[in-house]
Design a binder for this molecule. Structure first.
Ligand SMILES: *Cc1c(COP(=O)(O)O)cnc(C)c1O
Length: 340
């Protein structure tokens, strides 16, 4: 057996999802003629209470386009220092949109209003214009930590009233909603653009959706073409996304429970120094002094469990649709047999 905890992107389509993909009605989406893509975009916009949406190949692309349509070159994005848009998108925000970053420390990746306002630049020709605040929910680098809607409302109202645009990297937004019970429909009014991934916890093979105001999504269609993300009979992929939204949202709490169970087991292991709180489906832990991530991952891999390093001594596990109770038992058994 292999238990793959490297990421929630490793899932394969379920038989039901494949069935939905096989029967998708398709057309050329660059001409706006793919009925299934149109259906997915309308479904997502409605769900989050936003005007419009655009289907893209990846979450990196939806973030890059979202930030691009909200800004002009030479401006600045305020975000957590471990944000995906800063750390894991290859410098795209600088290259694609000509922006600089103002990076905040955050509490496991959650940035607060005081910190944000202290980093908004004054109107001074020496300083870049602070044009976007970007939040991540859940926060990958924060170990799946999340914001509640009331925390977001406070930040958004203060920023929007100052003319600052709000972007949300919601690659794992459904994981946050599963814990808070907040309604997606309440999210739309607090953001100019929201990026959601269908290919993470929701289990679709490919695809992300950028949601936003009508004017921003109109611009986003142009930028998607510029970035080479205009797809043709993409309805086959959109069908997987629709299926995922209909069938794989409710079950996300199962992933969270499994991650918590592993976290509990790790707390008692002598080779672990510290386990970050397990809020959703991401589990980050620090190895004890003297154990390298390479040595740890190698032994884990030899016993059939895959994971990734997430810092000089940190390891990340991510639970997902293809990690069931059998895989959980297998993993717990392996963790109790490691020799360090
Ligand atoms: C995975 C992820 C993305 C998008 O990644 P892609 O692999 O490009 O789809 C964006 N933000 C966060 C926080 C992520 O974890």
């Amino acid at each position: 057996m292999i238990a793959d905890l490297r990421s929630d992107t490793v899932t394969k389509p379920t038989p039901g999802m494949l069935e939905a993909m096989m029967h998708a009605r398709v057309g050329d989406d660059v001409f706006g003629e793919d009925p299934t893509v149109n259906e997915l975009e309308e479904k997502c916009a409605r769900l989050f209470g936003m005007d419009a949406a655009i289907f893209c190949p990846s979450g990196t692309m939806t973030n890059q386009i979202g930030i691009n349509v909200l800004s002009n070159p030479y401006e600045e994005v305020i975000c957590y220092k471990g944000s995906h848009i800063y750390k894991y998108e290859g410098g795209g925000v600088a290259g694609n949109s000509g922006l600089s970053f103002r990076l905040l420390e955050g509490d496991r990746g959650r940035i607060n209003l005081d910190d944000i306002l202290a980093n908004v630049n004054a109107d001074d020709i020496h300083l870049p214009v602070s044009s976007i605040v970007s939040l991540e929910n859940t926060v990958n680098k924060g170990g799946g930590s999340y914001y509640t809607l009331s925390e977001i409302a406070e930040i958004s109202e203060a920023c929007m009233s100052r003319g600052i645009k709000m972007h949300l990297d919601g690659a794992r937004l459904f994981n946050a909603l599963a814990e808070t019970g907040d309604k997606p429909g309440d999210y739309g009014k607090y953001f100019d653009t929201i990026s959601i991934c269908l290919s993470k916890g929701l289990g679709a093979p490919v695809g992300s959706v950028l949601l936003g105001k009508a004017e921003h999504i109109r611009k986003a269609r142009r930028m998607r073409k510029v970035f080479g993300g205009g797809m043709r009979q993409a309805g086959y992929l959109a069908a997987a996304g629709i299926y995922a939204l209909d069938h794989h949202v409710q079950r996300l709490t199962e992933d969270h429970q499994r991650a918590r169970k592993i976290g509990k087991v790790l707390e008692d292991m002598h080779y672990v120094n510290n386990v970050l709180p397990v809020d959703t489906n991401i589990l980050i832990f620090e190895l004890a002094q003297g154990i390298t991530t390479d040595a740890f991952l190698q032994q884990l891999d030899q016993k059939g469990v895959k994971a990734v390093a997430f810092g000089p001594r940190e390891i990340r596990f991510v639970t997902h649709l293809d990690f069931d109770d059998g895989a959980l038992d297998f993993t717990i058994n392996v963790l109790s047999q490691l020799s360090f």
